[in-house]
Ligand binder design. Sequence first.
Ligand code: BES
Ligand code: ZN
Length: 869
Amino acid sequence: MKKSQKVPAHEVRRADYKVPAFLVDQTELDFDIYDKTTTVRSRLHLRRNPASKGKNAPLILNGEEQKLLRVVVNGIELSKQNYALTEKTLTIEGVPDEAILEIESTNVPAKNTALSGLYAAGPMLCTQCESQGFRRITYFPDRPDVLSQFHVTIHADQKKYPTLLSNGNLLKKGKEKNGRHYAVWQDPHRKPCYLFALVAGKMDRAASSFTTKSGRKVLLEIYVEPGRKSETGFAMTAIKKAMKWDEETFGLEYDLDRFMIVAVSYFNYGAMENKGLNIFNDSCVLGRSDTVTDADIAFFERVVGHEYFHNYTGDRVTCRDWFQLSLKEGLTVFREQEFCGAMNGAALERIRTVSKLRSFQFPEDAGAMAHPIRPDSYEEIDNFYTSTVYDKGAEVTRMIQTLVGTKGFRKGMKLYLKRHDGQAATCDDFVAAQAEANEIDLDHFMLWYSQAGTPVLDVTSSYNARKKEYTLIVKQKTAPTAGQKSKKPLYMPLSVGLLDAKGKDMKGTFVIDLSLAEDQLTFLNVEAKPVPSLLRDFSAPVRVNYDYTDDELLLLMAHDTDPFNRWDAGQKLFSKFVLSGEKIPAALIDGLRVILHSPKLEAGTKAQMLALPGEADLGLQLLASGQLIDPIKLYQARQRVIVAIAEGLQDELWETYKTIEKRLSEKASDGQARGQRSLKNLCLFYLNKIVPEDVTPLAVAMVSSSKNMTDKNTGLDLLIANEAPMKAKMLASFAKTYSKTPAIMDDWLAAQAAARQPDVLKTVKKLMKHSAFTLKNPNRVSALLGMFAGNPFGFHAADGSGYLFIAEQIIKLNKINPHSAARITKPFLRWRDFEPKRQKKMKAALKLIQNDAKLSPHIREIVSKALKA
Ligand code: BES
Ligand code: ZN
């Protein structure tokens, strides 16, 4: 094998930020679309930036993957000697302080398999510009702090591309020669180029409207591939809910006359917030009640909300540079969570959020690419759209709200948006606005933006019966993370309650500010020794250690007034018994029985309370106790607890299942119904572990005759899990029914790749040849390979075959779509957490990838950081 060429890593550092040398006040773009190539003509109204120090600095434009045809400055065409062209830049010296720059270039959307820039998504042409895709369309200062007004003309064949869309308002459209037509769009709001969008093609359109609080009628449109209009209902409802919620909660009214969503079938992400023209992965917006699962319905609302909320937190106020990504993403995820909580129940949403954080962000924060929510450096910014930037970023935002109160937070938001409207801002700007509006000092709090790692709070307590005083001592520390050795104590809110021996809440919730390595707090007039309810509502993104007895946790699980901590007490008990191997006490089974029967709890909450922590979360807890992970042993330890619960609750699980099954309509899909369905199916999942012969006929019926997609999928999962003889036949008939519906086939692929069975690699290899699979579509890749990469029996097979297989796929996919490939590379980042034999095999697979000379910077960054000592 050839040794890898040493391509020097190009590291971008936050400390090196410089304002742009030139500003672009206006950007006029003309797209001439033909089957093979698209010609892009741009006219940039340039002005030297008065804030820039380099008075004679050259104009440097980014540009990749296109053919440059013409460069014209103030009407004079430049010859090749008058500019410098490299693979990534176009540099022009001596540009006057004010100039009109015209550039003509061509690109080939049909060959753009990376799905960044202008590309063919099935029958449509569309764009994805965040973060650095615009430079693949035309030469431009592709950075978020260059804001410009966009004026866009699109020409194309009228039959092939009847719909031509871009941001803002449609100024005019009309016919041209040779069966072609054109459309002119103008966006009145200045924006960075990453928010530019263009879509062209044959599409169906669903339309509705929303009247804003000030009485303006906004046109709502959803564009889809022909034949899919009937799948737009969920998204249309979600847009209206999101618009209303943002008006009522933050006073934010939509600011254009039309809001468009386009659903495309090839997309690297979930969705993108381009101004006035959001583009969505079809898997995140499209579906009819007979094709979607309950999880899809909830997710559509979440993603539609998220992208819509970016209109203010992202579009109207954007980021100065990509290090500030959490300014828009953390804040917008926070807004999305508040929205989903308001729509579906705050406790349900909070529990969902925290289990996701523990499963994805905590491991990331402990891995080889750990970084603060505002990273200090990157090689490939695409690799930093992480759970840390997003989900921990949302938690940091939430802590501010907890510190200043909901009202204060909204005041701070108002000041932030007013002060920075139309600007590219920083995380400091956001925190400064919150601090000023609420007259508090958040200087120490800023450390959350620069310090990586999950802080651990070690809490001890003492009770003085004579003085009736209860004291908590909280020691905080953060373990070193990759590239960041020493850690400081952080400023954070700790919400605490006290329960008496009967489980009664003695004093309500206190929010205590922690800021020292050791904080101490004393509660007065505490009548009896209490049980502390710590970190209520998960008031900070930390781990808490407190030496609870089982009885204390059972008390919290049964009685805490804080629903999050009720759930979390259960999680602590489950974790303890998974990791210790101790016998599950009858009292825990009794406690779960009470929960199952409780008339006060919603079905969805019961389902959450009965579900065990995920394998990733448990793995981290194992590491915290000083052990390395054997993923199969950990899986078996978790199964042991599941089986014990199923055995202990067998009668109640059947009873719960039957009661819900009888009265729940297959068609119902509101929040209540979704909760009930999740509880019903969780019961079956438990029962399947102990009486598979009784569950199998039910599962077969679910797959073959239920009209509800959640139940159909659950049926498949159950049959796969218990290796029912009917499995193969049911899988085949399912595939036959849904062969024309890729989103459903993705669930089918994923269910098989998730099988906790030793032969899963064989299955996945076979599925790679199935007509439902292609490496070219990121949704297919995530469904099959992404799922496999999280399967202890697949990826972590003891013989190393899973690592090798994924490494081979990464090398193949690297040439097609580096971003899609990067996603399945990240599981390798944690190789050091596993037992020595697996460590060795994972490392060997990483080396194999590293040896590929043509590795994209995306993969190279991940691999080299994984292998770094
Ligand atoms: N701005 C992002 C889309 C994006 C992600 C662009 C990565 C470039 C790189 C968008 O707002 C987003 O965050 N989408 C999420 C969905 C959301 C519900 C968290 C996504 O695509 O996963
Ligand atoms: Zn976002």
